[in-house]
Design a protein around this ligand. Structure first.
Ligand code: NAP
Ligand code: F7E
Length: 337
């Protein structure tokens, strides 16, 4: 039985990756930081199947201790301060977590468990102000936020440790991936939860930022398979993971409101507070290398992703005993609750 250490297990990707690794027969050890409230909602259904251990990206020796105690074969570094707007308000803390945290973990691996295979959660935000479209593994980086800059550091330190110390270390350059478990502050989940709240009469408007930004959105459940595949190759390499399609925030709104029989133009308002100091206007990935070398391809397309997320949020309010007051909830959703 292989052991995988997953940092960021309480996050969106941590929960899907843990489910996937458990289904493959792994022992999963999740690293979580100490908090005064329980942040484990996304993994409560896995609590008796995974080991949870306290450590923090800010604390080098907490990670050394974890590696010594659990002796993982694979380490997936998913923990980070991952919300772009927060990185403008807390740029130093973002760098501590998202950039230097990677070096701390790599140093811990180098000294304690050099045979472990390492996955770094790199991001399409590194392409930022894109110099070409679509973006590939060879596209130069031009990050547009402290988060993007921190991820560029995390990416290159992973490459550097691979080249310097012969570690099996790779970076997955993942484009935006979403799910019903996405944090409520990210645009897709903000929209799908907002649609549900409007349908149930809990809100009348949905204030948004830049509706013209375009993203290559995929399903998180598909993307965690690629993470695992990257650690099963003969040689460690970096891969772009994306759908190869781009859609605007406006299109996402259109589809999401349409799912409950509403028109987004009646509810979406523009609030300058949600604009960013520097925007990433367009992301579009070319995942050819992942398709050819890993045999990876996404299963969930854009319309299915939007529907899955709207349906899950609507069901949450139905299960809480709320009744819809606007639009038309699809029969398939009503019949499931
Ligand atoms: P997420 O939901 O925001 O989860 C982030 C995780 O990191 C949480 O478990 C969080 O713990 C943990 N964490 C934050 N600071 C920590 C610290 N100091 N010590 C220990 N743990 C800490 O993010 P996600 O969407 O799952 O993304 C996973 C990774 O992929 C992140 O590195 C993200 O930057 C990267 N990424 C995401 C996407 C995407 O579209 N989702 C695309 C490319 C790359 P708490 O629960 O305690 O906050
Ligand atoms: O924004 C625009 C916003 O916050 C997407 C993280 O997982 O993916 C994510 O970063 C777009 C931006 O994600 C609102 O301006 C408009 O252009 O959902 P987001 P992100 O910044 O792309 C990458 C790959 C990561 O690595 C990150 O960790 O949507 N937008 N109006 C809005 N965004 C938000 N959040 N809220 C709005 O009201």
């Amino acid at each position: 039985m292989k052991t995988a250490l997953v940092t960021g297990i309480t996050g969106q990707d941590g929960s899907y990756l843990s489910e996937y690794l458990l289904s493959l027969g792994y022992r999963v050890v999740g690293m979580l930081r100490r908090t005064s409230t329980q942040p484990t909602a996304r993994i409560d259904h896995l609590r008796d199947k995974v080991d949870l251990a306290h450590a923090d990206l800010l604390d080098q020796f907490s990670m050394v201790r974890l590696l010594e105690e659990y002796e993982p074969d694979e380490v997936y570094n998913l923990a980070a301060q991952s919300f772009v707007p927060t990185s403008f308000y807390e740029p130093v803390l973002t760098a501590e977590f998202t950039a230097l945290g990677v070096t701390r973990l790599l140093e811990a691996i180098r000294h304690t468990r050099p045979q472990a295979r390492f996955y770094q959660a790199s991001s399409s935000e590194m392409f930022g102000k894109v110099v070409e479209s679509p973006q590939t593994e060879a596209t130069p980086f031009h990050p547009r936020s402290p988060y993007g800059v921190a991820k560029v550091y995390g990416h290159w330190i992973t490459v550097n440790y691979r080249e310097s110390y012969d570690l099996y270390a790779c970076s997955g350059i993942l484009f935006n991936h979403e799910s019903p478990r996405r944090g409520l502050e990210f645009v897709t989940r903000k929209i799908t939860d907002g649609v549900a709240r409007i349908a149930f009469g809990l809100d009348d408007k949905l204030p948004m930022g830049n509706l013209d930004a375009r993203r290559d959105w995929g399903y998180a459940g598909d993307y965690v398979r690629a993470m695992h595949m990257m650690l099963q190759q003969e040689h460690p390499e970096d891969y772009v993971v994306a759908t190869g399609e781009t859609h605007s925030v406006r299109e996402f709104c259109q589809h999401a409101f349409h799912r409950v029989g509403l028109d987004y133009e009646d509810f979406v308002t523009i609030d300058p507070r949600f604009y960013r100091p520097a925007e990433v206007d367009l992301l579009l990935g070319k995942p050819d290398k992942a398709r050819q070398e890993l045999g990876w391809k996404p299963e969930v397309d854009f319309p299915s992703l939007v529907e899955m997320m709207v349906d899950a949020d609507v069901q949450r309010y139905l299960k809480a005993g709320r009744s819809p007051v606007r639009g038309e909830i699809p029969e398939v959703v009503l019949s499931q609750s």
